[in-house]
Write a protein that binds this ligand. Structure first.
Ligand code: NAD
Length: 244
């Protein structure tokens, strides 16, 4: 399916790490989009932007910490000054923190929510301004099946991901008349660098027999970002090999 992203400008907020964000950046670029590769890790942002350029698309690197709203406005301002518009926002970063809510510090709890939930909202708030002015835009938020599985030890992370789904559905109703869409892509375990070694233990619980790859998650992100999904908004979908 040709997603026809030529001429579209996409920001990916956590484009580094070699996981889902990196795959999404390359997938969008492969479909012809210009990519703003944002990452708090400057080396990764630069690497992904360089790779996108070598694929034949335009790209710049930005270095916003998504937990900081003014970093996100600077990221969007940079995209606008270079490319004049923002059509697609893909929100990626999350922080799982150190397990148990009861045993961890409030600083840890705040950082989980600041990166996972506020990091998503900060980027959306910043990108909405040009999208509403253009009267078009597509936001795709990376969620997690932890929001539905509610595992022990992931209370702050799972609650943040759950809040992203509720937020997206409400916001979709608020901005739909401006032709701005917002959807969430969830996953259980994905074959990313972080999860190396886990697949051998857990893959048998996955009905399709293996974890999805980052590219397979990115396929759904790119589809929802594109006009092919013009009538889909406020939805959450899981790319999880049928786990739940
Ligand atoms: N990997 C999985 O199995 C899995 C499963 C379900 C959901 N997810 C979700 O997918 C997303 C990506 O996960 P991943 O494991 O592919 O990548 P990741 O968690 O390693 O992070 C991707 C990038 O985000 C950057 N980042 C982290 N904090 C940031 C911040 N505050 N500001 C800007 N950039 C920041 C990192 O430097 C990294 O390059 C997350 O939202 C995660 O919750 C992942």
């Amino acid at each position: 399916m040709d997603l026809s992203l030529k001429g579209k400008v996409a920001i990916v907020t956590g484009a580094g790490g070699g996981g889902i964000g990196t795959a999404a950046a390359y997938q969008l670029a492969g479909e012809g989009a210009t990519v703003v590769a944002n990452d708090i890790d400057r080396g990764w942002a630069d690497k992904v932007a360089k790779q996108v350029v070598s694929m034949g698309s335009k790209s710049i690197a930005t270095y916003a910490d998504v937990a900081i709203f003014k970093d996100c406005t600077a990221m969007v301002d940079k995209a606008l000054s270079e490319f004049k518009r923002v059509d697609i926002l893909v929100t990626i970063p999350a922080y799982m923190g150190s397990g148990s809510f009861a045993d961890s510090s409030m600083d840890n709890a705040h950082r989980v929510v600041d990166v996972t939930f506020w990091g998503t909202l900060n980027a959306i708030k910043a990108a909405l301004k040009p999208m509403l002015a253009q009267r078009s835009g597509s936001v795709v938020c990376m969620g997690s099946d932890s929001a539905r599985m509610m595992p022990r030890g992931e209370s702050m992370y799972a609650a943040s991901k759950s809040a992203i789904m509720t937020f997206a559905t409400c916001l979709a109703k608020e901005v739909g008349s401006s032709r701005v869409r917002i959807n969430v892509v969830n996953a259980a375990l994905v074959s990313t660098p972080d999860q190396e070694g886990l697949e051998g233990h857990y893959a048998r619980h996955y009905p399709l027999g293996r974890f999805p790859t980052s590219n397979e998650v990115a396929d759904t992100i790119a589809f929802l970002a594109s006009d092919r999904a013009a009538m889909i908004t406020g939805q959450s979908i899981s790319v999880n090999s049928g786990l739940l």
